[in-house]
Design a protein around this ligand. Sequence first.
Ligand code: S3P
Length: 175
Amino acid sequence: MGLLRQHIALVGMMGCGKSTVGRNLADWLGTHFEDTDARIEFEQGISTPEMFERLGEAHFRTLERQALQDALATPPCVISTGGGLFADPENRQRLQNQAVVIYLKATPEHLYERVRHARGRPLLQTEDPLSTLRDLLESRTPSYEQASYTVDVENLDASRVTQYILSLPIFSKSL
Ligand code: S3P
């Protein structure tokens, strides 16, 4: 049985380390790990880029809302979210009511270094992905800032980010 009484949700841009940190955190806490993108891919049986191409972003966002509801319906756990999920008001409300939300913050330059060689980010298939990242981050920052905690991940590797999160006061109260 896990330690948590409430979900822990990680939000932030593509490349900020939500999935790696989320998995580490779940291991440390002895809870299960949910990843909304992985849940959608598993249920649809296709990759996220294929989904964007075949079904369109709007449809992906509908599936994403459902994936979040399904993840929140499981026993308290660690949930890693897709980069756009917390920018949606309905998702934001749901997470604020049902989870402790942690924003993993990084600059566009740092994010770009982390995603530039990776495939699977349909929103970055543009002529200038760094500037796309800048624009997306700018428009999403007011949403991300509504998280309960912000962790600047710029100079920390995933295990340090995990340790930092575990040192937050939320855990001393045994959630
Ligand atoms: C998206 C981020 C992706 C994935 C989809 C859209 C976004 O998740 O949900 O490609 O809107 O920023 P990651 O943040 O895990 O890359």
